[in-house]
Design a protein around this ligand. Structure first.
Ligand code: NAI
Length: 785
């Protein structure tokens, strides 16, 4: 023990461990944990051990969930659903308040348990994770209270399967369970195999407050248990974890009708401009990548610094790194704790070694690693070429890469040079520069002059291969609710409509192409690459010929759509003007369209055309009205929720309502700033190809709407597989829907697949189309000293 004068000399921190006696006694008393199903713990069958990564000591044995355990849990959740979903929002709110209060009551206990199981410093679990858990339950209690008012007509989904990783075990649980329950769903949650204990402590809280049986079920286990939950009779899967598993889940759920949200990996940029407060930015790095052992999906793991400030920044970073305290996670003065387990530690070591072998230089804190446990000294890598493995792959450890840029444009280019898009952190004292870069980076969350700030009131989730869907706030609530179209067309009827005349191989004629309606690509009519056309039939009679588009035409159309970038940057007002003009031009040719639809055998053609015109005016009106929000989150923060277009969208239109169905999908997408490649109704594409002249006379920039006619599913498959298409809508039968979801798994594009609906009814138009045509970017801007 050093003397007081020695301490004053060195100013070193003494050990200040948080007491763990209560938690250790609890673990001992519980012995082996079963699953929590239907309000009680089961008798454990097969088990596995969970241990303390800081010491290697085992903490507890936990049941290894089998497919039949999962089925039991789903059955319990299903049985609990009717009563739970019928409670009033107010009644459910009271249960959520009770959960919040009981989490608060046990804050210290839960923080210690989390730190023991996960290895994260107690400062993080105690000061960040557990308070946020309570905040989530309070916040969502509020949504339950206001449900009918705030989400009119919405209904819960049913039973939700939720699978979470090990980096924020209890916080991820809250993030998933709180909105699900608030919306009226029941849940089966599978915690990560490395960190199941706080979920089991939470199960005890559920039992303690007398939450109705079966509303919350916890099944512990590994990836196989997770896969069993994905395959079980659930109505929704919410997953957080690796992109690889996310992609497998996308494929496994394709065509099942299970709603899906994925929150996956990231390789988030941390951009430091020369005019930034460099010391604050260095502290940002501590928070972003070191303080949490880098085990955060949104960790700012790619530091990009303005060349002119790079020397000074690296010096400060090195000095700060030397002062980080690594060691016992239970010690209140520890900055860097343990890596979650030996596998993850080996993965970090391996990736860093590969990076070094490819030329990167590792700068590491001179920390003394404890003799036992999974520890990795924090560091950063320089001399990292863009093709180096550490530039591309998520390390998920306390090591960032450090590279430089010269201009803001280069910073944006480097920031976006990744397949991920979860988060970004931007440091500059020039607010207009920071906001400009924030608007240009492709990420679901952008922190300006701050990093890793979370709150239940803001949405969180990614762009691109970081997944889709949002958690938190109003955006997250929507993921647990369905708004059924008031008059959905029954599946049988929708199927019949989809079976309308369809260009199969047999109908590939060799009609001269000049009699044929061509494709519309980049604002010009184009001959299809195949040189073929197909006969469009109505009541057994040929009424025209349409181009038979192929893979190459789709590729050209996507390219043309990409080139029309200006549309996404145009103001809502500009887009509105074009759409008003389009509506007017459509109205001017109303009679021609009525004649065309009449010839095609469409019932009440005048009604359909009149409605199509109204719809064009509606989305023109929405172009500058559908906007975002400023969320109420932390004090001295503005949190902007900005809906942004996806970019290039693929849309496979319904066979039914060839004009109205087409416009009902294409117009909201372009009103929000997307560029579209659309496949019109294959049985009657002429209603869409007749629009070419309307587009041409409406000042619609070339490439904003591209039309490829032909075999719908063949073309839709190419669109779904295309890596430069960011979102895909498919309206049609179950096989086509499954295909569109499966094929979209490659770049994890956001999909919306649905059966044909009554386009003339209230479900044919509205906010849902606009919500589906946008993704929300949450931008955090702190203010004050
Ligand atoms: P993982 O994706 O394998 O595990 C996450 C959760 O999914 C766990 O509960 C696991 O049991 C479950 N799971 C695994 N395979 C499954 C399957 N086939 N079907 C359903 N559920 C399944 O992630 P893991 O192995 O823990 O970490 C690997 C890498 O993933 C990390 O190094 C990191 O790069 C990334 N990761 C990203 C996270 C994020 O927050 N986005 C969190 C954890 C890991």
């Amino acid at each position: 023990m050093p003397s007081v004068t020695e301490i004053l000399d060195s100013m070193d921190y003494g050990p200040a461990p948080e007491a763990s006696g209560e938690v250790v006694a609890w673990l001992k008393a519980r012995g082996t944990f079963g699953h929590f199903i239907d309000g009680a713990f089961t008798r454990p069958g097969k088990t596995f051990a969970t241990s303390n990564p800081a010491t290697g000591e085992p903490l507890a044995s936990v049941a290894l969930g089998s497919a039949s355990d999962v089925a039991e849990a789903v059955k319990a959740a299903r049985a609990a659903y009717p009563a739970w979903s019928k409670l009033s929002g107010h009644e459910r709110a009271r249960w959520l308040y009770a959960l919040a209060r009981h989490v608060q009551k046990r804050e210290r206990f839960l923080a210690v348990l989390e730190t023991l199981d996960n290895g994260k410093p107690i400062r993080e679990s105690r000061d960040i994770d557990v308070p946020l858990v309570a905040r989530h339950f309070y916040h969502h209690a509020g949504w339950a209270e206001m449900l009918e008012e705030e989400f009119p007509g919405a209904r819960p989904l049913g039973v939700c399967g939720q699978i979470i990783p090990w980096n924020f075990p209890l916080l991820m649980l809250a993030w998933k369970i709180a909105p699900a329950l608030a919306a009226g769903n029941t849940v089966v949650l599978k915690p990560a195999e490395q960190t199941p204990l706080t979920a089991l402590a939470f199960a005890e809280i559920c039992a303690e407050i007398g939450l109705p049986k079966g509303v919350v079920n916890i099944v512990t286990g590994d990836g196989e248990t997770g896969a069993a939950l994905v395959g079980a009779e659930v109505d929704k899967i919410a997953f957080t974890g690796s992109t690889e598993v996310g992609r497998a889940i996308r494929k496994a759920t394709a065509g099942t009708g299970k709603k899906l949200t994925l929150e996956l990996g990231g390789k988030s940029p941390f951009v430091v401009f020369a005019d930034a407060d460099l010391d604050a930015a260095v502290e940002g790095v501590v928070d972003a990548i070191w303080f949490n052992q880098g085990q955060v999906c949104c960790a700012g793991s790619r530091i990009l610094v303005a060349e002119s400030a790079a020397g000074s920044f690296q010096q400060r970073l090195t000095a700060r790194m030397a002062k980080l305290r690594l060691g016992d996670p239970l010690d209140k003065s520890t900055d860097v704790g343990a890596i979650v387990d030996a596998t993850q530690l080996a993965r970090i070591r391996d990736l860093v070694a590969q990076g070094e072998a490819q030329g990167a230089v590792l700068h590491q804190a001179p920390a003394q690693l404890p003799p036992h446990g999974c520890f990795f000294a924090p560091g950063f890598l320089t001399n990292v070429a863009p093709a180096n493995i550490v530039s591309e792959v998520e390390i998920f450890g306390p090591v960032a890469t450090l590279a430089t840029f010269r201009t803001p444009d280069e910073a944006v280019e480097l920031a976006n040079n990744t397949r991920y898009g979860l988060a970004a952190s931007i440091w500059s004292e020039n607010i207009s520069l920071a906001l400009d870069v924030a608007s240009k980076v492709k990420a679901g969350v952008v922190w300006i002059n701050c990093t890793n700030v979370f709150d239940a009131g803001a949405g969180f989730g990614g762009y691109r291969e970081s997944g889709f869907g949002r958690e938190g706030g109003r955006e997250g609530m929507r993921e647990y609710l369905a708004v059924p179209p008031p008059r959905a067309v029954p599946e049988a009827e929708a199927g019949r409509l989809d079976a309308a005349p369809y260009p199969g191989p047999a109908s590939r004629g060799t009609a001269p192409i000049d009699r044929t309606a061509k494709l519309y690509i980049g604002g010009a009519q184009k001959r299809p690459d195949s040189g073929y056309s197909y006969a469009v039939m109505a009541r057994g009679r040929e009424i025209g010929l349409a181009g038979l588009g192929n893979r190459k035409d789709i590729r050209n159309a996507v390219e043309a759509a990409h080139s029309a970038k200006g549309w996404g940057k145009a103001t809502g007002h500009n887009r509105a003007q074009v759409l008003y003009y389009l509506a007017e031009n459509l109205a001017a040719r109303e009679a021609e369209f009525v004649t065309r639809l009449k010839a095609a055998g469409v019932a009440k053609p005048a009604d359909e055309v009149a409605l199509a015109i109204r719809r064009a005016f509606h989305y023109a009106a929405q172009a500058d009205k559908f906007d975002g929000a400023v969320h109420s989150t932390k004090s001295a923060h503005v949190t902007l929720a900005m809906p942004e277009p996806f970019g290039v969208m693929g849309i496979a239109c319904p066979d039914d309502a060839p004009l109205l169905g087409f416009l009902s999908l294409v117009l909201p997408a372009v009103a929000m700033g997307n560029r579209v490649v659309a496949i019109p109704a294959p049985s009657m594409p002429l209603a869409a190809t007749d629009l070419y002249q309307v587009f041409d006379t409406s000042d619609l920039p070339g490439g904003v709407i591209n039309i490829v006619t032909g075999a719908k599913d063949e073309l839709a498959k190419v669109l779904a597989q295309h890596d430069d298409v960011a979102a895909m809508w498919y309206c049609g039968g179950p096989e086509g829907r499954a295909m569109a979801e499966t094929e979209s798994g490659g770049n994890l594009k956001a999909t919306w697949t649905f059966a044909n609906r009554d386009w003339r009814g209230a479900g044919g138009q509205g906010r849902e189309f606009l919500l589906r045509a946008t993704q929300v970017k949450n931008i955090w801007v702190p203010y004050g000293e």
